[in-house]
Design a protein around this ligand. Structure first.
Ligand code: ADP
Ligand code: MG
Length: 247
């Protein structure tokens, strides 16, 4: 059963048609890796799912609820609780610099989910422990490495108890030696059954963790398949050309 379904998503910035009718259906518990050249619309697509950008056409369903239909989103008031179930992790971590880790993590649950402070903190500390950062709860973001900040950003999304996690190149701003620790966290999330859509240029991760790989170029899905289909036996010339460059 699809938990997330996008149909014929279209989006233009002025005269620039960035999404030319994207269809994507994600099963519960599935990890979908999205790869493709820079500028192909990967980020825009993810951002349209939770209305960080607005679509011009198409429909989005999530958790059995309609987010957008025929290019029009539901009213914000109805949308907010639905979208709060989509966790998003960006290339830049966007932690609040003046708040320590624990406060960064509990802000959303207290404000938006109306959790008590103690309940939010207990949950945050458990999740921090899972990513190996329980002892950094009092640290400020500036005292953390890039890899630690990104792990905190992942935990921040998890604290909202999401039903799907959207990742937009979560390791591309990291020093190479910190990429592994973040991918490990993502891998264990996937293995734990989280539904994930991961835009990534880490091809090994896409191959190992993606149950399905989607190749996007020029605002369209050019090819999709199992990791082995895409990486070992790509059919489309553009997929082949892209993989030759990045592998
Ligand atoms: P990708 O993530 O695959 O690199 P993006 O979704 O970031 O691609 O961008 C796709 C296209 O949309 C690019 O041509 C980019 O310049 C354009 N674009 C993205 N965001 C905006 C914006 N806010 N305003 C205008 N153009 C944008
Ligand atoms: Mg991008």
């Amino acid at each position: 059963m699809a938990i997330l379904k996008a149909e014929n998503i279209k989006k233009s910035f002025g005269a620039n048609e960035v999404l030319k009718g994207i269809d994507l259906s994600v099963e519960k518990g599935e990890t979908v890796a999205v790869i493709g050249p820079s500028g192909s619309g990967k980020s825009t697509f993810l951002r349209c799912l939770n209305k960080l950008e607005t679509i011009d056409g198409g429909s989005i369903e999530f958790d059995g609820e309609i987010i957008a239909e025929n290019g029009k989103y539901k009213k914000d008031k109805e949308l907010r609780p639905i979208i709060s179930k989509m966790g998003m992790v960006f290339q830049q971590f966007n932690l609040f610099p003046h708040m320590n880790v624990l406060d960064n993590l509990t802000l959303g649950p207290i404000k938006l989910l109306k959790k008590s402070k103690s309940e939010a903190e207990k949950n945050a500390l458990e999740l921090l422990d899972r990513v190996g950062l329980k002892d950094r709860a009092d640290a400020y973001p500036s005292q953390l490495s890039g890899g630690q900040k990104q792990r905190v950003a992942i935990v921040r999304a998890l604290c909202m108890n999401p039903d799907v996690m959207l990742f937009d190149e979560p390791t591309s701003a990291l020093d190479p030696e910190m990429v592994g620790e973040v991918l490990d966290v993502m891998k264990s999330l996937a293995e734990g059954g989280m539904t994930m859509v991961v835009v990534t240029h880490e091809m090994r991760f896409a191959r190992e963790v993606g149950k399905r790989v989607i190749f996007m170029a020029d605002g369209a899905i050019v090819e999709e398949g199992t990791p082995s289909e895409i990486f070992d036996n790509p059919k489309n010339e553009r997929t082949k050309a892209f993989l030759e460059k990045v592998l």
